[in-house]
Design a protein around this ligand. Structure first.
Ligand code: GAL
Length: 643
């Protein structure tokens, strides 16, 4: 692994007169920038007319970088086809579920299944690769940009045909598809593949199996676009790593795990959402997810922001002094080996001119610039962190298929949100100082002590068995409500809920009772949103509803234990349950502190380690390490303690 932390951002020099470029690289050096992503949105300038290429200006960009010792994550500019593409190939523009064909004029204006888009994308990618494959600035391929951020699903006829091909490969026969989708219901039985459509606007609910498979197909179509470019780049530049920036934890339309299996380096983007009261915990979820996607190996934060974003939120919040540093160190603590931003120089024009940057509109005599320069120096001093890893004893399970299945609008309640629930459980662990991996139910769980399942409505047979096996061998499991309910086709597992895990949990559930408001359990704790009428078969009941039915149970299973919650506990009660499970599993935080202080350890295989303590509060806080030493972390500050 490299012995530096990559530092920099997207550099879009094409937005500026060439006179600024020299100043840009001089300022980059001042800020300690050693890596930039270039060419991401350059297609219309690199190929101004179909088939006519202009690389002269980009040669100068790449030469400037090489001359200043700055590495390039060189993009294939395929995320934003130029206007000539849409004009010449209007059939390649994406179509929404209502049949509206979208126009060009923003970005990602293409149907992921369009053959002509793929042809033109591969051609420009090939041109870029041929031109720069031996260029000294080239460090890594930045393929496309955030696949599916705006065009995750296309409902056009080309997509319909591709969907049918995908379904034929998955099911082989129409009988198998009809069975999987339960098409006997509402007279939906298909007698010819040609009858099958993407889930377009319909009079009432579309078929749940159809919508789930369409989500899977749409994600696969994007992964295929990635691998097509990646394969071309591998052929032309063997040895140059390729990545594409994911949106782990933030955008659930694309199956990050499928992308993760194809990239050489995990990279991801993260932005703070204004409405979240503790956005740094959401950040930690995203970072933990990015690390877990790569099986724990160091990853690259490809984008975050120095200040405000420029989205459709009521308020795009600027960062407070120190927040940029805390955010960056949180990513670093959780396994990033690179801290990068969108973007280097704040745009003067275009749709994101109010998005902050490393070099703001107001120039260098600014809070942001001073923080950017200070962070560059600090990261240079932390070079020894590069290549170290984070060991997590806890796995929190999520699965895109489950999120997609639960997204079907016909549910017992619309108030159970699996992503928010996963983040709430993660937040409870964060507050306890416990770092967890964000894993998939079919991942190897053997290295963990505790597995938590906040809400996995859908679980495959293999995933269900994997979790059972983990408990049987002595692990501790905590399962939240409305988990293990349906199979991989969104068909109910019969005989009492949760069909996947009745034996594991020692509980059987007859009926769901969504709640209109909060309730009190026998222990006095508060729950809400959801309840289940359950009966303990082999489990011990730890808390009950007023009527005596189980709300929290614990079952001995093999050499391990499995807790089950039949309701959505409030934050404090959930924290208690997870604390109990952590004690049972002997899971300890790397240091002790007060609420709002983040503690994470990164370690090298040779034993060298770094304890990150990040104080997100406005009061000084004590942090006591495992060896009993106490340090004070000033309000809003952070320390990295080598060990
Ligand atoms: C990302 C995207 C960037 C920029 C950024 C800020 O989603 O990759 O190009 O748009 O958001 O909004």
């Amino acid at each position: 692994m490299p012995d530096v932390i990559a530092y920099g951002g997207d550099w879009n020099p094409e937005q500026w007169p060439e006179e600024t470029w020299e100043q840009d690289v001089a300022l980059m050096r001042e800020a300690g920038v050693n890596r930039v992503s270039v060419g991401i949105f350059s297609w219309s300038l690199l190929e101004p007319v179909e088939g006519v290429f202009d690389f002269g200006w980009f040669d100068r960009v790449m030469d400037l970088l090489a001359g200043n010792g700055i590495g390039a994550n060189l993009a294939t500019p395929t995320a934003s086809p130029p206007p000539w593409f849409a004009t010449a190939h209007p059939e390649a523009l994406p179509v929404d579920a209502d049949g509206r064909r979208l126009h060009h004029g923003s970005r990602q204006g293409f149907c992921p299944s369009s053959p002509i888009y793929r042809e033109k994308a591969l051609r420009i990618a090939e041109q870029v690769a041929l031109r720069y494959r031996d260029h000294p600035a080239l460090v890594m391929w930045h393929v496309h940009n955030e696949y599916g951020c705006h065009n995750a699903r296309c409902h056009c006829d080309t997509s319909a045909a591709a969907f049918r091909t995908w379904l034929r490969a998955r099911y082989g026969t129409l009988d198998a598809l009809n069975d999987a989708w339960g098409t006997a219901f509402w007279s939906q039985r298909y007698s010819d593949w040609a009858q099958i459509l993407p889930p377009r606007a319909t009079p009432s609910f579309t078929n749940p199996g159809q919508q789930l498979d369409f989500r899977r197909f749409s994600s696969d179509a994007l992964v295929e676009l990635y691998t097509a470019e990646r394969d071309l780049l591998r052929r032309l530049t063997p040895g140059v790593p390729a990545t594409t920036n994911l949106m782990a934890g933030a955008h659930w339309d694309m199956d990050c795990r499928a992308f993760a299996a194809e990239v050489d380096v995990i990279s991801t983007d993260h932005y703070l959402i204004g409405a979240r009261p503790e956005p740094h915990i959401d950040l930690a979820f995203a970072a933990d997810y990015a690390r877990s996607l790569g099986g724990g190996r160091p990853w690259l934060l490809m984008e975050h922001s120095t200040g405000a974003v420029n989205w459709q939120q009521p308020r795009n919040l600027a960062k407070t002094p120190g927040e940029l540093r805390r955010n960056s160190l949180s990513h670093l603590a959780r396994g990033a080996d690179g801290i990068m931003f969108f973007q280097w120089r704040q745009s003067r024009a275009g749709a994101e001119k109010w998005h902050s940057a490393m070099l703001p509109h107001a120039g260098t005599d600014t809070k942001i610039w001073r923080e950017v320069v200070a962070l560059g120096a600090e990261l240079a001093g932390l070079a020894g962190v590069a290549g170290s890893t984070v060991r997590a004893d806890v796995a929190l399970l999520v699965d895109h298929s489950s999120v997609w299945a639960q997204d079907h609008p016909a549910q017992p309640t619309s108030e159970l949100d699996p992503v928010e629930e996963a983040k709430r459980w993660h937040a409870a662990l964060w507050r306890a100082g416990v770092t967890c991996d964000v894993a998939h139910p079919e991942d190897d769980l053997t290295g963990y002590r505790l597995v938590v399942v906040p809400q996995l409505y859908l679980v495959s047979d293999a995933g269900a068995a994997n979790v059972e096996d983990f408990a049987r061998r002595g692990g501790v499991v905590v399962v939240g409500p409305y988990s293990g309910i349906v199979d991989e086709h969104d068909r109910v597992r019969l005989g009492g809920y949760p069909g996947a895990w009745r034996d594991l949990l020692g509980v059987t559930v007859e009926e769901f009772f969504p709640l209109a408001g909060p309730i009190r359990l026998a222990s006095g704790t508060t729950a809400g949103v959801w309840s289940e009428q359950a009966r303990a078969t082999t489990a011990k009941v730890l808390d009950t509803y007023e009527g005596g039915e189980p709300a929290w149970t614990r079952n001995q299973y093999g050499d391990g234990t499995a807790h089950y919650l039949t309701t959505r506990l409030d934050d404090a009660a959930l924290a208690e349950v997870l604390a109990t499970a952590c004690r049972e599993a002997r899971v300890e935080p790397p240091a002790r502190s007060v609420p709002g202080v983040e503690v994470v350890r990164r370690s090298h295989a040779d034993g060298r380690s770094f304890l990150f303590a990040i104080n997100h509060t406005d009061a000084d806080a004590p942090v006591t390490t495992a060896t009993g030493e106490t340090v004070t972390v000033p309000a809003g500050d952070a320390v990295v303690i080598p060990g």
